[in-house]
Design a protein around this ligand. Structure first.
Ligand SMILES: Nc1ncnc2c1ncn2[C@@H]1O[C@H](COP(=O)(O)OP(=O)(O)OP(=O)(O)O)[C@@H](O)[C@H]1O
Length: 285
């Protein structure tokens, strides 16, 4: 499957923060979730991907091309969705559509009308009067109506009720079905990714911890609980991180088989959630 965007050893330094050697690619036909704690570098990475920000070094290829001369054309192929940026607050949705439609040569009125109906969006309401959920849905509808092939969303489900969240997740899952589009979205709601992501990119402190198929990540990581006496220096090496209480311990391992063989009868093991993996890896336990 074609890569929508590929980052190769991308670096970007601010005073007091740096993105270090970021490399990963986002494939068409898949949903890639982007997670990491506050300040890890998600928005900065997204801005670099969209060429809204210039990297210090490294390469960013959009649709297999890093030729800046075609940038305007390339940008047409990208839909950037984030919650607080809807323009034209004073216009109705209908008028905004007329303005926006002229920006995009590939704008498709029929597709827009389809999503307006499907997402129950009001044509006559002013953009500034839309609820947060409606604004997010409208922003996604716009991306889909200019036939964007790379849809990048910055926290699309944050602050939305469970029904709107589900609607948006269902929509994203549907969008990738034709295998012509890639969806990349950052979120703090890891359960959303457990539901729909194919790949997970995890960033911490400006570095990519992993970029991996979700099933592989989930299979590799197991939470283990047991009595404290079981922990010795050798056993500790089996864990990525261990948290101890007065009576017992809880640890995250990526060597579940070995743990099971060595102490299977004495511990309780369960599949780690993405949240467990994130919290343990960041080490704030
Ligand atoms: N223009 C800038 N100048 C200096 N520092 C910046 C600038 N933009 C971002 N930063 C810093 O870079 C770091 C990463 O910020 P970024 O917004 O990419 O994180 P994030 O992972 O998106 O965080 P959050 O989950 O809180 O949205 C932060 O420490 C931030 O303060």
């Amino acid at each position: 499957m074609e890569d929508a965007v590929t980052l190769i050893n991308v670096n970007k330094a601010y005073k007091g923060f740096a993105l270090k050697d970021i490399s990963f690619s986002v494939k068409k036909g898949f949903i890639t979730g982007f997670i990491g704690p506050n300040g890890a570098g998600k928005t900065t990475t997204i801005k670099l991907m969209l060429q809204l920000l210039q990297s210090d070094s490294g390469k960013i290829e959009l649709f297999g091309n890093n030729d800046a001369t075609h940038m305007e054309e390339t940008k047409q192929r990208i839909g950037f969705v984030y919650s607080d940026h809807l323009l034209y607050e004073h216009l109705t949705v209908e008028k905004m559509k007329r303005v926006i439609g002229t920006f995009y040569p590939k704008w498709d009125d029929e597709v827009f009308a389809y999503y307006m109906k499907r997402l129950n969006l009001p044509w006559k309401r002013k953009i500034g009067d839309l609820s947060k959920g409606m604004g997010m849905k409208l922003s996604i509808a716009i991306a889909l109506s200019h036939h964007a092939e790379l849809i990048v969303l910055d926290e699309p489900t944050s602050g939305l009720d469970p029904i709107s969240r589900r609607e948006i997740l269902d929509l994203l899952a549907e969008v990738i079905q034709d295998e012509e589009k890639a969806v990349f979205f950052s979120t703090h709601i890891t359960s959303d990714l457990e539901q729909i992501a194919d790949y997970i990119t995890f960033i911490n402190n400006g570095e990519i911890v992993f970029h991996e198929n979700k099933e592989t990540i989930m299979e590799q990581h197991t939470i283990v609980r047991g009595a404290k006496e079981l922990l010795d220096d050798d056993i500790r090496t089996l864990f990525l991180q261990v948290r101890e209480t007065s009576v017992g311990f809880e640890g995250l391992t990526n060597q579940a088989e070995l743990v099971r063989r060595l102490m299977g009868e004495h511990v309780v093991m369960e599949q780690a959630s993405l949240e467990d993996i994130m919290v343990y890896t960041v080490g704030k336990v």
